[in-house]
Design a protein around this ligand. Sequence first.
Ligand code: FMN
Length: 323
Amino acid sequence: MVIKLSALTLDRPIILAPMDGYTNIPFRIIIKEMNPDLMFTEFVNSDAVIHENKKTINKIRILDEERPVAIQIFGHKPENMAEAAKIVEEIGPELIDINFGCPAPTVSGHGSGAALLKDLPLVSKICESVVKAVKIPVSAKTRLGWDNSGINIFQTAKIFEESGISMVTLHPRTKSQKFDGKSDWNYIRELKVRLKIPLIGNGDITNPEEALKMFNDTGCDGIMIGREAVKNPWIFKQIKSYIDSGNYIKETPINERKRLCLKHFDLSVKYLGEVKGMLEMRKLYQNYFRAIPNLKNFKQKVFSSNDNDMIRELIMNIENYLE
Ligand SMILES: Cc1cc2nc3c(=O)[nH]c(=O)nc-3n(C[C@H](O)[C@H](O)[C@H](O)COP(=O)(O)O)c2cc1C
């Protein structure tokens, strides 16, 4: 089905997943170039939003050029989630998303994220409070349940629907699984049959063939890409090309890799600062240049340099620094 979320219409959207530590403004500008239909920010703690923690508010700044954007919040106190949602709404995203899936101890260990899947009445209260607090649509992102014996996705999804949630994203693993094994797409297919609101399928898409398979095998209304977007930002374009024409460029040429990496570097420095931006990029070189063997020498040089002009030079002339 075509997804209608207030003023936003999404037709079989391909969506950038929320990823803590990755989906910041520089990364989202890079992905925007690849023509995604919607992008998620990193999640933010509702309590930190309420206290107007500077770092937190900075994380959910959005630029007009990135729209449409969803801002994701987490927490477990309905009144605080509602209050945070109101503040987030002022920032102007097209959508507010609630996290019901994070397995990290820093989140689920404090009763938020996936821990909420053990307390469905609280899930209901949180959803109702947030939906009531804001005028824009509210979506939910979740997992199958806490563990293998606690798979309760169908009950959880019914609660989402009954409490006014406009769209659901399912990453079909349990909290206990974290990222182990394979996500079980059968649950996406089964949930699609039961759900009246739109369903986004997520989990383990690493190429256009799998993206199309997710649509075809599950009947989901949209798909969401996480880790592969970090490894291969071009995947959004590749998927669209594959769906439209049956073809796509499999190997991204080195010059294009250099161009995008340099652009990302400059955006990181611009939005995060000379030092933080430079340090943040260190986790991304491996992805930009993973098609190239013998990166050791390049990485050694780039990791030991604090001179941003020198780093740009290393990226531009990477061929000269391979072992
Ligand atoms: C580094 C990292 C950070 C993540 N941060 C979030 C987050 O902030 N909120 C969230 O709902 N999911 C988060 N996720 C989960 C992803 O959004 C996604 O559901 C998961 O990675 C499965 O999709 P994939 O197989 O396409 O990566 C994170 C995943 C990774 C790898």
